[in-house]
Design a binder for this molecule. Structure first.
Ligand SMILES: [Cu+2]
Length: 136
């Protein structure tokens, strides 16, 4: 199975070429985080200071609504149990944070820093399943 997890920082004035580099860098960061998270699986882990950790479980019916605090980096851990990933929900877009993410079975880690307060919709690649990230 091919993994293609992409995560980008929200920077608006980049050229397409630089975005490509950012994408690769983001992918490497996600890969490193995945290795770290796998190595600590099974142990209860306390939050890193200055990071808010959110845990969700993916299901085939819908995406979770989450609430986070503005200005604090988010580490969003989404567990994808066996059978929860479908051709619909497998790829998720969070436009506000310029994130495109493809789920893999097990632990998925999505990181971003919510700069502004508000309600930001995210959706599957088909724009069918939608949910909200509320930033307070
Ligand atoms: Cu879909």
């Amino acid at each position: 199975m091919k993994k293609k997890n992409k995560q980008r920082k929200n920077k608006t004035s980049k050229t397409i070429a630089r975005k490509g580099i950012a994408l690769k860098a983001g992918g490497i960061v996600v890969a490193i985080i995945r290795v770290v998270s796998v190595s600590i699986l099974g142990t209860r882990r306390s939050d890193t200071p200055g990071v808010q950790q959110i845990r969700s479980t993916l299901n085939s019916a819908n995406y979770p609504n989450i609430t986070v605090k503005a200005g604090i980096p988010v580490r969003w851990v989404i567990n994808a149990p066996e059978g929860s990933i479908t051709s619909c929900n497998e790829r998720m877009f969070i436009p506000e944070y310029n994130i495109e993410y493809t789920f893999v079975p097990g632990e998925n880690v999505i990181e971003f820093t919510p700069a502004r307060r508000g309600e930001f919709q995210y959706a599957c690649w088909m724009d069918m399943k939608r949910a909200v990230i509320r930033v307070e």
